[in-house]
Design a protein around this ligand. Structure first.
Ligand code: G4P
Length: 526
């Protein structure tokens, strides 16, 4: 098949939610409805021990497992869907942000009882910054939940975009009768249970159908009123506005009961965009170009610490990838010829023969590939947009045995490149500082330093509580600021300068005193 044809039939999206909203359940049901798995339960099993996640041994185990399960590919209605899971544990949210740079759309799962929760908000901020189109699924209508009108209002205020309901719930909890598909003007009647698949649903046609009114009574009258209200009051769905991240289509359902899943799957095929152009510093890369390009958006250490092998997750940006082809790492100019590349088909790691824009390939390597690396057939390209977030927790790190200082540096550099932690070198010298978004990152890093690099590291509290990368139009203004605040300046792995503050007040003062300096909570790679 031609490259343009393959590009057009691909949909690559991330599934995001606050923990417990039903992301895993919905993922599994999507795979089930697309025919990629036969029985429910296989995705679920992998997060069985989630509640023990504060234990780093668990994290160790999960790291290995999640390589295989964090990308899933399925084929549905002649469309290749790449579904990227985002780590559930909040301490690993940095990884999640980067996953969002590799997708063309996001599916947001909301627990109808809780509405938009804090963890979803940060992810949404990243989607918004990139104008990522978002499809919304409101889950758990089989429970006592918030009023649908309130949920719509909440989504609009948190997302800063219009919410356009495509379906509407009839009742909830014990009185949940089903969802009314507004566009198709028919109601899908709810039947609990996990056995049902597509094809054996009951429908009642027409909003004014007396049969629905008779069967579902007050709940139906209320839904009917709300649907009339919402179709009058809200803007009609505008596909362009959705693609630009200004509107989100909203679906209601109950993932555990296989209910409302079909609508979401169809929306992914019909509404979500195929892979688009990607910006590089040098030029814009079109997905249909004949030559292969791709970018490493995630690096995951593999199971066997002794071998230190890692899997680099590459999002294909253009061209056709074929097994055994020679690829240039644009940063180093070195060539690699990956043979044992893996694709991710419904959680089994399978040997991959070809891949196109939108697909994710995994390249096992021993450290030649870093976060943000660009792979090409020879061209020098740097893609923009891989975000690093200002850490919110800091610890100073020292090695117990001074003779192992070099190993400590090597280990921290590699872990920093992998994105496991951020490493800062203070301008005034002294111990290196580790910056993290979540506390657990420190534990994992200390453990990995020991097992993978033979370094007994001592982590000590640090007085800093926030960091901002600093830039200025006028280099002299930046120098003046850095000289005056030398004790608070540090450099990250790519030597970008950051200001470390002990409190938000200290940051505010610095901002007021030096209006010519910009303080950034996010740094883009490249
Ligand atoms: P997550 O990946 O977003 O963290 O959520 P997950 O799918 O694990 O779902 C969290 C909990 O919500 C699970 O219950 C799951 O069964 C339940 N759930 C998911 N969808 C629905 C739904 O439509 N209705 C209802 N009532 N519950 C739903 P759990 O008790 O934490 O786990 P389990 O014992 O069921 O495995």
């Amino acid at each position: 098949m031609s490259i343009p044809h393959e590009v057009k039939r691909r949909r690559t999206f991330a599934i995001i939610s606050h923990p417990d909203a039903g992301k895993t359940t919905l993922t599994e049901k999507l795979l089930l409805f697309a025919g990629a798995i036969q029985i429910a339960g296989s995705v679920k099993a992998r997060k069985a021990s989630r509640h023990a996640a504060s234990d780093w041994m668990e994290i160790e185990k999960q790291r290995g497992i999640s390589v295989a399960s964090s990308v899933m590919q399925m084929e549905y209605r002649d469309t290749v869907i790449n579904l990227l899971d985002t780590p559930g544990h909040q301490d690993f949210s940095e990884d999640t942000y980067r996953v969002l740079t590799a997708v063309d759309a996001a599916l947001m799962v909301i627990d109808a009882a809780n509405g938009v929760e804090p963890q979803t908000e940060r992810l949404l901020a990243v989607c918004r910054a990139r104008n990522t189109p978002i499809i919304t699924f409101i889950n758990k209508l089989d429970r006592e939940v918030q009023e649908p009108l309130d949920l719509i209002a909440e989504i609009e205020s948190h997302l800063g975009m219009d919410a356009v309901p495509f379906s509407w719930p009839v009742g909830m909890a014990r009185h949940f009768g089903g969802v009314f598909n507004i566009r198709e003007d028919r109601m899908r009647v709810f039947r609990p249970g996990q056995e049902r698949r597509q094809g054996d649903d009951e429908f009642i046609d027409g909003l004014g159908n007396p049969e629905a009114a008779r069967r579902f009574g007050d709940a139906y009258a209320k839904a009917q009123e709300e649907i009339e209200l919402i179709t009058e009051a809200s803007a009609p769905f505008d596909h362009e506005a959705f693609l630009a991240g200004r509107q989100t289509p909203v679906f209601f359902g109950s993932a555990i009961n296989n209910f409302g899943v079909q609508e979401v799957l169809d929306a992914l095929v019909e509404l979500a965009p195929p892979p688009g152009p990607r910006n590089a510093l040098e030029r814009v890369v079109q997905p249909e170009e004949p030559k292969f390009t791709g970018v490493v958006f995630k690096v995951q250490a593999n199971m066997d610490p002794a071998h230190r092998d890692r899997v680099a997750f590459v999002r294909v940006s253009s061209g056709r990838f074929e097994r055994g082809m020679r690829l240039r790492v644009a940063r180093t100019g070195k060539d690699i010829r990956p043979n044992n590349v893996v694709s991710f088909l419904s959680q089994r790691r399978e040997l991959l023969d070809e891949a196109y824009a939108g697909d994710i390939i995994g390249i096992p390597n021993h450290g030649v590939l870093q976060l943000g690396d660009v792979l090409t057939e020879g061209e020098t390209l740097r893609f923009t947009g891989l975000p690093f977030f200002a850490p919110e927790l800091f610890q100073a790190v020292e090695v117990k045995d001074p003779l192992r200082t070099k190993q400590l540096r090597t280990g921290l550099t590699q872990l920093g490149e992998e994105g496991a932690i951020q490493v800062f070198r203070p301008e005034m010298g002294g111990a290196l500082l580790l910056g993290a978004v979540g506390q657990l990152q420190f534990e994992v890093v200390a453990h990995r330093l020991k097992t993978e690099y033979g370094v007994d590291a001592r982590l000590m509290p640090s007085r800093y509580s926030l960091a901002r990368w600093i830039t200025a139009e006028d280099p002299k203004a930046l120098r003046k600021f850095m000289d005056a605040n030398a004790a608070h300046i540090a450099y990250d792995v790519v030597d970008a300068a950051a200001f470390l503050a002990t409190s938000p007040a200290q940051l505010r003062v610095a901002q007021e005193l030096y209006p010519g300096v910009s303080f950034h909570a996010m740094r883009e790679h490249g």
